[in-house]
Ligand binder design. Structure first.
Ligand code: CA
Length: 224
């Protein structure tokens, strides 16, 4: 079993490395997010221990990029504090479990064993509503055969709508699903993004799938 340890603090990385080696695991160390991405796309690791605080690109971003590139090794994220936001951000970015620093090495071993037993997470299924298709793993959206480029936020909003086709979602529900909790809670931001999505996904194709439900929110339906 081969594990990638992603941690810039040399002392911490060495402590983890020594303890995993004693457990009979093969280990590699990356001291930043970019190096981790380069290594994990080449080697198929059985698990990745990923620190959130990295000098170049955060653990959250690193995990997200790994998933976008189709790397599905289980990720155990090391967070600095037991903050709900950190936990949610970690799981959102595609991590499988998290451990709060400081932790006991025995717990790290137990969590890793359990992650590896669970196996690789399933690749998330491609969503489709009418002629719209969204691939969460590849971060791609198609209207029919045409690839449509969306920003990260447009993508997140569309993904939220595509998970519940035909249902009315309120602006608040959409904000909660597409933005992190730190985001300023202004509902008109949703209206702006819905307009952008219509310009990209409906207008060029003569469809009308993003429906405004007056004073409630929005609904995505099959093309009309
Ligand atoms: Ca660190």
């Amino acid at each position: 079993m081969r594990v990638l340890i992603v941690e810039d603090e040399v002392r911490m990385a060495n402590v983890i490395k020594r303890s995993l080696t004693r457990e009979g695991l093969a280990t590699d160390v990356a001291n930043g997010g970019l190096q981790a991405i380069a290594m994990a796309t080449v080697v198929s690791y059985d698990a990745i221990v990923l620190d959130v605080m990295l000098p170049d690109t955060s653990g959250f971003e690193t995990c997200q990029v790994l998933r976008e590139r189709g790397v599905w090794s289980p990720v155990l994220m090391l967070t600095a504090r037991e903050a709900v936001e950190d936990r949610v951000a970690g799981l959102d970015s595609g991590a499988d479990d998290y451990l709060v620093k400081p932790f006991a090495l025995a717990e790290l071993h137990a969590r890793l064993r359990s992650l590896v037993r669970r196996g690789r997470p399933e690749r998330p299924a491609v969503l489709s509503v009418g002629s719209l298709r969204l691939d969460p793993a590849r971060r791609e959206v198609y209207r029919g055969e045409t690839r449509v480029e969306l920003s990260a936020k447009e993508f997140a909003l569309l993904e939220a709508l595509m998970h519940r086709p035909g249902e009315v979602l309120t602006r608040l529900e959409l904000i909660e699903q597409a933005w992190d909790f730190a985001y300023e809670n202004r509902s008109n931001v949703i209206d702006v993004y819905i307009r952008r999505l219509r310009r990209k996904l409906d207008e060029p194709f003569g469809t009308n799938s993003l429906e405004t439900v007056r004073s409630v929110g929005y609904r995505l339906s099959e093309d009309q």
